[in-house]
Write a protein that binds this ligand. Sequence first.
Ligand code: FAD
Length: 332
Amino acid sequence: MSQPILVVAECKGSSIRRVTFEAIAVAQKLLQQRAGAVHCFLAGPGEGAELQQAARELLTYGASEVHLASSSEQTESNALASLKPLQSLVQQLQPQFVIAGHTAYGRELAPRLAASLASGYIADATAVELLDDGFAFTRPLYAGKAFETRSFTGAAPHIVTIRPNNHETAAPLEAVAAANESAINTLPASASPLRSIVREVVSRVSSGIDLTEADIIVAGGRGVRGSEGFQLLQQLADQLGGAVGASRAACDAGYCDYSLQIGQTGKVVTPQLYIACGISGAIQHLAGMSQSRTIIAINKDPEAPIFSIADYGIVGDLFEIVPLLTDELKKL
Ligand code: FAD
């Protein structure tokens, strides 16, 4: 019997997170050399119709079965509640791989799953390569200063988390327009031993665009000089349909909220376009954004290290350049 691949799906509110569609695409890639099905595990609160709707959507993206774990404790911020039902499902399905997003949820869940099953775990994979005799996963080391390629040698299941925004997303299958309800299974309730419970979640994302999934980020550093400067960045981000990010120095100075911090101790982002304004390019900042597809740096110091990784550099005053860019974009 061909081993399936199990994707750990994730929702944010009622929407499936993009990294889930990336994980499905990675699973489909891993199945290019052999037959096998993609299954999804999806945990969510209560009996919600939203969970069923998300499950139907996953089927239209190529999942052959979706396994739902629902209880009042199942939330995107409570990975521990997902552990037991996921463990039972893995033991029942015997998948070759379990793939989750390298998100807060996945980072908490995947290593616990691997430890409980004595399985191998590759974290934060940015690329997957098919080899003649297996698969190789690329992942960053030393805060992005180097990359290594790893393969699994032990017995399946192999546990992998993938870095969001680094992989193609699965495309919806037109042939599965009407999702087959019988492919949605509700897993028996199995209470996980919770060592902590989430009492309250305070969301501090103001623009509504999740930084880790944003295609365009306009980020500001100490050079932005204050919250008024960040409003200029927000205007540019709004014109581009992007999100605003920040360096730690800008957050420390109180120019913006810590939820915007990008870097080694902040969020890791991989947008299509990253515009760094008044950011010097310290290694700890680069650790969070150097994998962005295109980087534009605006800095008045021509020697600023950020220019060494930028695809395009503008040497000048951000207070002149950012409003100019915004005005030009408004004319389009
Ligand atoms: P600065 O280094 O002060 O640079 C400001 C830049 O703005 C300068 O290059 C200047 O030329 C330019 N500038 C000034 N005025 C203008 C203007 N009008 N127009 C254009 N350019 C202008 N940092 C992070 O960002 N993220 C992290 O996650 C992070 N984690 C860290 C973890 C550890 C353990 C440590 C020790 C540090 C960490 N840091 C992190 C801090 C990091 O080392 C740097 O101090 C920080 O990134 C600097 O931020 P910055 O580039 O905004 O400020």
